[in-house]
Ligand binder design. Sequence first.
Ligand code: HPA
Length: 253
Amino acid sequence: MSKKIAIIGGSGVYDLFEGAETIMVKTPYGKVENASRIKISEKEIFFLPRHGPDHSMPPHLINYRANIYALHSLEVEEIYATNAVGSIHTKIHPGDFVVPDQLIDMTKNRPLTFFDGETEIVFKDGTSKRGVVHLDYTEPYTPKLRMRYLSLAKVSSRKVHDKGVLVCTEGPRFETPAEIKMFQSFGGTLVGMTSVPEAILAREVQIAYATLCLVTNYGAGMQEEVTHAEVIEIFNKKIQVVKSIMQKIIEEK
Ligand code: HPA
């Protein structure tokens, strides 16, 4: 049987499939009302626009635990996410795609885990975890999914970077130039606001996870100013490329 997969859309990716059925999933963290489900040749695929269908949910207020718990309860095994990001590396440019391999967490105020001492997470094979859980996070993004993204993205675009160190900030403001310089000195190459805790929570419930990042701007201080309108403009220009990559992921499953 093919794996159940989910696509989590970031800024600019709100509707991927025509004819998808909207579903409501109750979780211990609240209801998830934006998910949709579609069956394509007997495969079940879920779609979740992270910011809501009308981008009403800012990065720091997204209910990441509800979203990932919902996908866990739907027995999703692989999540293909997309993120709009800024480049903080001089060789990565707006319009480029990057499949990051590393993550630096600079968020400040988000629940980062399901393992708060009380919650028990039950896995598909019947085993469960609760209490104090320290997970290995050497590979924050699942290599197999990263490779799939890379091979498909390289067919659709000439500007795809194999690796990237994504610095996740709290937002919703963009960064200061001094913060960008600090992130560069840490080895960061991209900056975004939503990979944490999404990628971490997926790992906790044993869902494979990778993200396809579209660079929409240079980081603060590397260009005159950073605006959300610019992020959306670049994403809209590239949306057909993103959709065609997602389509291939679905077709191959
Ligand atoms: N910073 C943080 N998040 C972002 C950026 C940025 O420059 N561009 C798109 N998302």
